[in-house]
Design a protein around this ligand. Structure first.
Ligand SMILES: Nc1ncnc2c1ncn2[C@@H]1O[C@H](COP(=O)(O)OP(=O)(O)OP(=O)(O)O)[C@@H](O)[C@H]1O
Ligand SMILES: [Mg+2]
Length: 240
């Protein structure tokens, strides 16, 4: 579904993403991990068209999307959430989700039907009239996912949606993400909470200083010496 070939992004002298290549199959849940500043969010910004690539190519369903404007990539079926939530604070939950629905449904009643469907899927019914600014962080994160889902994506990129949530809220969101995946939507998740990502994702990609240093099953990646070094440094890693 999604294919990256030698994707590179430089900011001045800093190479934040360094020749990254991978393909994401339809219907999968993939985890993207790596230490702070390793290039995870930059990679999402490249895929979703927020940043232009320095070099390389990204394609979605066989069509090249690299360097297309973000709104076109969204219309082609790619949605993302932001690490720092970006709701429209002075309007309701319902209206926040409606903004997403208008990408595909220009007719008001079709857009509203889409909003109702997403609100039901994510159990947001009783909050739909609340103003965004009155909601706690966990709910804001959920609405952010709902807004992304209302764009009818084929693929959804989630950037640390579980950051800042307590264990109950995290468990709840894990279930919601599985529910979304079960509707056929391909998902890539960036997450620092290792227990969550290892149970959620069927495959894990690991970035370190912009380089893809591991790509495998969760249990393979956990035992990978390069990955342990990237997180803990050489001193903590005992090699045979
Ligand atoms: N717009 C930008 N201009 C200059 N440098 C940037 C820009 N965006 C990101 N960077 C740099 O690129 C590197 C990767 O940052 P990025 O935000 O992608 O990391 P991350 O893996 O998402 O980290 P975190 O886990 O802390 O969210 C960092 O060194 C960061 O300072
Ligand atoms: Mg980030």
């Amino acid at each position: 579904m999604l294919r990256l070939q030698n994707v590179t992004k430089e900011f001045g002298g800093l190479r934040a993403v360094d020749h990254v290549s991978f393909t994401i199959p339809k219907g999968s849940i993939t985890g993207l991990i790596g230490p702070n500043g390793s290039g995870k969010t930059t990679l999402f910004n490249l895929i979703s068209g927020i940043y232009k690539l320095t070099s390389g190519e990204i394609s979605l369903d066989g069509q090249v999307i690299s360097n297309k404007p973000a709104f076109r990539i969204a219309a082609m079926g790619l949605a993302r959430t932001f690490q720092v939530v970006k709701p429209f604070n002075n309007i309701s939950v319902y209206e926040n989700v409606l903004v997403g629905a208008y990408i595909h449904h220009h007719n008001k009643s079709l857009a509203e039907a889409k909003v109702s469907e997403v609100i039901k899927l994510l159990d947001l019914g009783k909050y739909s009239g609340y103003q965004m600014k009155s909601l706690p962080l966990a709910m804001k994160k959920k609405v952010e996912i709902a807004r992304a889902l209302a764009t009818d994506p084929k693929i959804l990129l989630l950037d640390e949606v579980m950051g800042g949530l307590n264990p109950q809220e995290t468990d709840f969101l894990l279930k919601e993400i599985r529910k979304i995946n079960a509707t056929g939507i391909t998902i890539i998740v960036i997450e620092h909470k290792m227990k969550c990502i290892m149970s959620l994702a069927e495959r894990i990609l690991v970035l370190d200083s912009g380089v893809l240093i591991a790509d495998g099953l969760p249990r393979e990646v956990c035992g990978n010496v390069g990955v342990i070094k990237a997180y803990l440094g050489d001193d903590f890693c005992v090699e045979d």
